[in-house]
Design a binder for this molecule. Structure first.
Ligand SMILES: Cc1cc2nc3c(=O)[nH]c(=O)nc-3n(C[C@H](O)[C@H](O)[C@H](O)COP(=O)(O)OP(=O)(O)OC[C@H]3O[C@@H](n4cnc5c(N)ncnc54)[C@H](O)[C@@H]3O)c2cc1C
Ligand SMILES: NC(=O)c1ccc[n+]([C@@H]2O[C@H](COP(=O)([O-])OP(=O)(O)OC[C@H]3O[C@@H](n4cnc5c(N)ncnc54)[C@H](OP(=O)(O)O)[C@@H]3O)[C@@H](O)[C@H]2O)c1
Length: 449
């Protein structure tokens, strides 16, 4: 019988576990899904925006996998230097599938990026999602104008969260401190800025349209800035998704002002070159105006524009972090692989696999991880006859416990869910997430025992 460790309980980890237990090629595979957090579901819990309840409810589909009789969830188990070494996992399991995502942010590499008031979208998302490692409050405190750098779906998410009011945020599972801070936010103007043109923006049309439906918020675009993109004037050659984006933007460019107490400006052809300080914190971002180079890229024009902002969110993509003991492609932030099999010095490392963002890089929606995990599982199952030859301890969990590990098991996670329901009820809200390690672990340990 094959015993597999899946490291990471985000979509790719859960889809990998599902693929392993729902197949007949190698019967009886058992899977332990390890996560450094006491809570499962990765970015579905700690990334998907709280006001996207329908997507959040995908957690219920993932739950059925983690409740499968041959799957165990082991939360609070860090794999790597401060936890279980990768080499130890290899001793305990026939195979290990790393599905650890892309936990950090890409950098712009421009002066002033580290000024107080400049945050990565990753940090802001973690805060409003109650990630226990999130920075404390202070994002919107004292800010009246915000700049969001990047025009992907995460940029749209954080822009929308800045523009939402208390009435819309209160029914979400957002932690109470973030709800209070965003409800009292004085941010009135949010500029979301792309370095290329509207036809090259990475956001999807459904997400873009949502900005136009926000209550009490006006969306503003400058038709002249949009027209710098030749594809704006003639979108006939664009793929359907980009054409739809351009049509939505054109609609906003031609509509009469709608008014509202908040304004979202979508800006294009501006690349950030410097963050300017005002009394020690960020006060503005200097952008260089760009022009299309005719090949999908842009060139600088030597003309600059400063946009005032006391809050800057850099939303220019996530980035994978190396796992000690695994090879790492630093340029792409991924683990090198061949059809999901980890490659060490260009050779397949038997028994080690990857899936999800750490395999492909930080792009793709939840569903993209399903075929990605399927490919990895197919490789693993092909290798199963060789992998299964190794004699291993009967129960890796017993061995880990003997080494002092106290994982949060499924009952512990269910106890966290119950505590979040009770916290919400006490605040007159629905489920409200516990935002810190102490309260998560206390809930898990108190009720699970
Ligand atoms: C802000 C944001 C919003 C998004 N919103 C949507 C959306 O609305 N709809 C949509 O379809 N897609 C959305 N996506 C994309 C989607 O979330 C990703 O495609 C998906 O989560 C990637 O899955 P993954 O399993 O590779 O990584 P993750 O979901 O990041 O899961 C990785 C897991 O590994 C664990 N882990 C990491 N390191 C270790 C370690 N050393 N030891 C043990 N465990 C570890 C982490 O705790 C985490 O649980 C969003 C992405 C982001 C960033
Ligand atoms: N609702 C949803 O379905 C949803 C929500 C959130 C996230 N997601 C998915 O999660 C994935 C990650 O999203 P993401 O928004 O983080 O990444 P993304 O889609 O890759 O967008 C990154 C943005 O940052 C810009 N950028 C990169 N480097 C830059 C630089 N140096 N200066 C200025 N701009 C720079 C990019 O511009 P260029 O194009 O010019 O490089 C792009 O606009 C995506 O696949 C996304 O669709 C989905």
């Amino acid at each position: 019988m094959l015993h597999v460790a899946v490291v990471g309980s985000g979509p790719s980890g859960v889809y990998a576990a599902q693929g392993l237990v729902q197949q007949s090629q190698v019967p009886g595979v058992r899977v332990d899904v390890l996560d450094r957090l006491p809570c499962p579901y990765g970015l579905v819990r700690y990334g998907v925006a709280p006001d996207h309840e329908k997507i959040k409810s995908l957690q219920n589909n993932l739950r059925t996998v983690l409740e499968h009789e041959r799957v165990r969830f082991l939360g609070g188990v860090q794999v790597g230097p401060d936890g279980v070494p990768t080499s130890r996992l290899r001793e305990l399991y026939h195979a290990v599938v790393y599905c650890v995502g892309a936990a950090t942010d890409r950098r712009l590499g421009v002066p002033g990026e580290e000024l107080p008031g400049s945050w990565s979208a990753t940090e802001f998302v973690s805060w409003y999602s109650a990630h226990p490692d999130a920075a404390p409050d202070g994002f919107v405190l004292g800010a009246r104008a915000a700049v969001v750098i990047g025009v992907g779906n995460v940029a749209v998410d954080v822009t929308r969260m800045l523009a939402r009011g208390a009435a819309e945020l209160s029914p979400t599972d957002m932690p109470q401190a973030a709800l209070a801070a965003l409800s009292h936010s004085q941010v009135r103007e949010i500029q979301m800025v792309g370095r290329r043109g509207p036809s090259q923006a990475r956001f999807t049309t459904k997400e873009l349209r949502e900005l136009g439906a926000l209550p009490d918020t006006e969306v503003v675009v400058d038709p002249e800035e949009l027209a710098l993109d030749p594809a704006y004037t003639d979108p006939s050659g664009l793929p359907a998704a980009q054409r739809r984006n351009v049509e939505v933007l054109r609609g906003w460019a031609t509509q009469p002002p709608r008014g509202g107490s908040r304004r979202i400006r979508l800006r294009f052809f501006l690349r950030p070159v410097e963050f300017l300080a005002d009394q020690g914190s960020v006060g503005a971002v200097r952008f260089e105006r760009t022009a299309p180079d005719g090949h999908g890229g842009v060139t600088g024009t030597g003309r600059y524009e400063d946009i005032d902002a006391q809050l800057v969110l850099r939303s220019v993509g996530y980035r994978g972090v190396p796992i000690d003991g695994l090879p790492f492609d630093a340029e792409h932030g991924t683990v090198p692989h061949l059809a999901g099999r980890v490659l060490r010095d260009n050779s397949v490392a038997p028994g080690e696999y990857v899936a999800g963002w750490i395999k492909r890089g930080p792009t793709g929606v939840i569903g993209t991880n399903r075929p990605c995990a399927k490919e990895t599982v197919s490789s693993l199952l092909e290798d199963a006859p060789v992998l299964a030859r190794r004699e291993l301890p009967d129960d890796p969990l017993a061995a880990l416990r003997a080494e002092g590990l106290r994982p949060v098991e499924w009952a512990g996670w269910r106890a966290i869910e119950q505590a979040e329901l009770e916290l919400g009820a006490s605040l007159g809200r629905g489920v409200v997430k516990l935002p810190d390690w102490d309260s998560l672990l206390a809930a898990a340990r108190a009720r699970a025992s």
